[in-house]
Design a protein around this ligand. Structure first.
Ligand code: ADP
Ligand code: ZN
Length: 811
């Protein structure tokens, strides 16, 4: 007898053993997707981890019920990667599986109901019971959710159970196939017809003029087959007419499977020839790859890192290898796709969570099939795709905190996981950035990574000129116009006069529009979370960025009942409004989270700005990264201080990167550009270092402090968060935990502290931080921590306590 250890896609510890029925022995293999029942009768799609012959003892082993799709199989390396991720980021293997598999592969069962054999005594029933039994038909199963919808009730399980006890109904667990191949309908002759036969048919049709006309069109077209909709349009006839022709067995309709991914066409252009500087960089990268697995490419903004990537990709493809090209955000893929397509045509697969699930599923199948795409472009989730011969992973903008997954688990870092994946596949990693993360830069200093630089912009264009606008002084002199300083306005006017474009950057962190009472000064907060609600002017509503709850039509203050709420602080919308008032003739576009929620919208925003249809682009983080616009000559940072003063040990690093990045959008082609940074604190060392522009000076100064106070990259961090509905429970739990952890870990345990947002969705939060030096075994500390956390959770006094672990947290 064979047994299989299976990963179930749920937040449960470990793997589960099932028996492999003889009938399935041929089909069940390691990495196969199988259907098993788990926790009662519920069925799930799990993945086979190991096959063995060791009979588990102490419980009755259930059988594997089916194999979902013969063609789908995760490779050994793929499985190893999923397990590594679960282990390293303290997540359950099932949580990683949930993140990895497209939803359509993760079939889950639901309960379906039909009539039973027992004769029904209707007098004995409630109204809902009677309605249910009248709704059901013998032998036909109806899904639970249909029943609930029909009866207008939330949970029909109780009702169904009582009917089941009486024998009035039967139930079963069943599964819908949700992945559907895309199909097209094609029209053909039902059989070959001789010419004289056809005239007979046409004669017979003369009275049915619609059919007669349609058949004439079909004959005129002279095709053997045509796509249905195409033909209907051309012939001007209706589907009903076509149906009659098919019923008469003259024509027939065939359904054919088609790919959603389109054809693999080759690219039409050669890659640009490299400059001397780029040529030398690529040579150094190649050299490093003979002895090191990972190389950091630091190239100032617009030095042509992307061109270097394109050349490397071409080299790897020509050797029959696959390349994964990672970016931190979907918005960035728009421009890069176009640059890659020019050279590589349609042989690039694109993968991110914003795309329809059926397309993701097809890409999965393609990548595990005989003709996978050689290049995949995607955000962090593309790491989960199957790779057959991965040779190179490029992590562009590697410093970007968006690479870190925050919610839900696994809370993994796209860059670090990429390095692990490459390691398992025997592939190389190229990290690229103008402002590397301290972690990566540190690794070049220790010799772990190779280090290559591009020190000047492509075409030797000068780096933009940087100016600080002292907001404190302008405010004192009452020279501010809304959020704009006179220098910024003046430069904007000049840039517009010269026919060039402007980017205005408004940091999103801590700076969204909120409402404040003009009488008592209280801020309108979410009713479930300890956070101010964000006001969206165009939709006239408030929304909580944590729990998503929405409020409308608030004007009177709920605290004092006297004052009225007023809009406060400049979000992107308000910046946009003020610009419009200052420059009524300029065309302005906005790029922020709201715009990003629609693919069509952000494609248009990027496109219009590229084409020069808009003059000013106002945006958050998204406009700061990687985008390449030729005519931007001015970048204005509306409020830099909110970044610098964010309470986190990384805030200066983040602010520095952000300012260098967003400045990097200015003057990429032609003449030198300008950057104006508005600040009320111009003496702050971050601005001094940004003005100086030397990354090494910046790194040396800040890293020295990190080393002294022991922060990454000189140690590792694990953040532990506890949540509970009762503030007392969460406090008691955390105090107990800290005490227990300190016994073993001593001063490595920091906290507890209440985070800035102290409550999310009615749950009170506390956090603690564990600092781990490199010489200490991380896995030992993790398993100790896990034990303590599960002891805490099984403590009766803390029922309902939730724990979250974040390894290498990023704020
Ligand atoms: P980075 O990724 O370092 O910010 P890009 O690769 O976007 O830089 O290059 C900046 C600009 O210079 C782009 O418009 C790009 O097309 C152009 N460029 C860079 N290298 C070359 C090259 N070798 N030939 C032609 N154009 C180049
Ligand atoms: Zn909320």
């Amino acid at each position: 007898m064979k047994f299989a250890d299976i990963i179930i896609p749920l937040a449960v510890e470990g793997v589960f053993t099932y028996a492999v029925p003889v009938a399935l022995e041929e089909k069940v293999g390691e990495g196969k997707l199988v259907i098993v029942s788990f926790a009662g009768n519920k069925k799930y799609t799990g993945v086979v981890w190991r096959i063995h012959e060791k009979q588990p003892v102490g419980y009755k082993v259930k059988n594997i019920e089916a194999v979902t799709d013969d063609r789908l199989q995760l490779s050994g390396v793929h499985l190893q990667f999923l397990f590594w991720m679960a282990e390293y980021y303290m997540a359950y293997p099932g949580e990683v599986l949930r993140a990895a598999l497209p939803v359509v592969f993760r079939l889950e069962s639901f309960t379906a109901v039909t009539l039973g054999d027992t004769e029904i005594d209707f007098d004995d029933l409630t109204d809902n019971g009677q309605a249910l039994l009248r709704f059901l038909r013998p032998g036909q199963y109806v899904a639970m959710r249909e029943i609930e919808k029909y009866l207008g009730i939330k949970n029909g399980m109780g009702l169904v159970k009582s009917m089941l006890d009486k024998g009035y109904i039967q139930i079963k667990e069943t599964i819908d196939e949700i992945f559907r191949e895309k199909t097209e309908k094609w029209i053909l002759w039902a059989r070959p017809y001789a010419e004289e036969e056809l005239s007979g048919i046409l004669d017979a049709l003369r009275r049915a003029s619609g059919q007669y006309k349609m058949l004439c069109r079909w004959i005129e077209a002279g095709k053997e087959q045509m796509e249905k909709q195409h033909f209907l349009k051309q012939s001007g006839g209706s589907a009903a007419i076509l149906k009659s022709l098919c019923e008469k067995n003259i024509l027939k309709i065939e359904e054919r499977k088609v790919s959603r991914l389109g054809e693999d066409k080759a690219g039409e252009q050669q890659a640009n020839p490299l400059s001397l500087q780029q040529e030398s960089a690529i040579k150094q990268i190649r050299d490093y790859f003979t002895s090191k697995d990972c190389v950091l490419l630091r190239g100032v903004t617009s030095s042509g890192k992307t061109e270097v990537y394109i050349h490397l990709i071409r080299e790897y493809i020509s050797r029959g290898k696959q390349v994964l090209y990672m970016l931190p955000e979907i918005a960035l893929t728009v421009q890069i796709i176009r640059r890659l397509r020019r050279v590589f045509g349609d042989t690039i697969g694109i993968y991110h969570s914003g795309m329809p699930d059926n397309i993701r599923a097809e890409l999965w199948k393609k990548q595990s099939g005989p003709k996978p795409y050689p290049v995949i472009l995607g955000v962090r989730s593309s790491l989960f795709l199957p790779f057959q011969k991965l040779g190179l992973v490029i992590v562009d903008e590697e410093h970007d905190p968006s690479y870190k997954q925050k919610e839900p688990a696994p809370r993994y870092h796209g860059r670090d996981a990429a390095i692990m994946l490459a390691n398992l596949c025997g592939a190389k990693v190229l990290l690229g950035s103008a402002t590397p993360s301290f972690e990566s830069y540190y690794n070049t200093k220790t010799g772990k990574y190779g280090y290559v630089q591009l020190t000047s912009r492509y075409g030797d264009i000068r780096m933009p000129e940087l100016l600080l606008a002292d907001l404190a002084e302008y405010r004192r002199k009452k020279l501010m116009k809304g959020v704009f300083s006179p220098v910024l306005i003046q430069e904007m006017q000049r840039t517009l006069n010269e026919g060039n474009q402007i980017i205005l950057f408004q940091n999103r962190r801590g700076y969204s529009t909120y409402l404040q009472c003009d009488c008592c000064g209280s801020i309108l907060k979410c009713s479930h979370c300890d956070v101010s609600m964000t006001y969206y002017k165009q939709r006239d509503l408030l929304s909580c960025r944590y729990c998503g709850s929405i409020k409308r039509n608030v004007s009177l203050c709920t605290e004092c009942g006297k004052g009225h709420y007023r809009q406060k602080t400049p979000g992107t919308e308000r910046v946009e409004e003020e610009v419009a008032a200052l420059f009524p003739d300029a065309r302005i576009a906005r790029m922020d989270l709201e715009v990003m929620s629609s693919k069509a919208k952000y494609h248009r925003v990027i496109h219009d700005f590229e084409e020069g249809k808009t003059n000013i682009l106002v945006g958050t983080q998204m406009v700061s990264k990687g985008l390449d616009f030729a005519n931007v000559k001015l970048v204005g940072v509306i409020d830099a201080d909110s970044m610098v003063n964010f309470p986190d040990f990384r805030s200066e690093e983040r602010a520095y990167c952000m300012l260098m990045q967003v400045g990097g959008r200015s003057g990429r082609k032609g003449e030198q550009g300008k950057v104006i940074v508005q600040t009320a604190d111009p003496d702050n060392r971050v601005y001094r270092m940004v003005m100086n522009g030397d990354y090494d000076v910046f790194y040396t100064e800040i890293a020295a402090e990190r080393e002294q106070f022991v922060y990454p990259p000189f140690c590792r961090l694990i953040q532990v968060e506890l949540r509970h509905k009762e503030v007392v429970v969460v406090r008691n739990a955390v105090n107990l935990l800290v005490g227990r952890l300190r016994v073993e870990l001593g001063r490595r345990v920091w906290g507890p502290a209440v985070p800035e947002v102290s409550k999310i969705g009615e749950m009170h939060r506390v956090q603690l931080l564990i600092k781990i030096e490199y010489k200490v075994s991380l896995s030992r500390i993790k398993s100790f921590l896990k034990e303590e956390l599960s002891a805490l959770q099984s403590d009766k006094g803390f029922t309902g306590l939730r724990v979250y672990c974040d390894v290498d947290p990023q704020n």
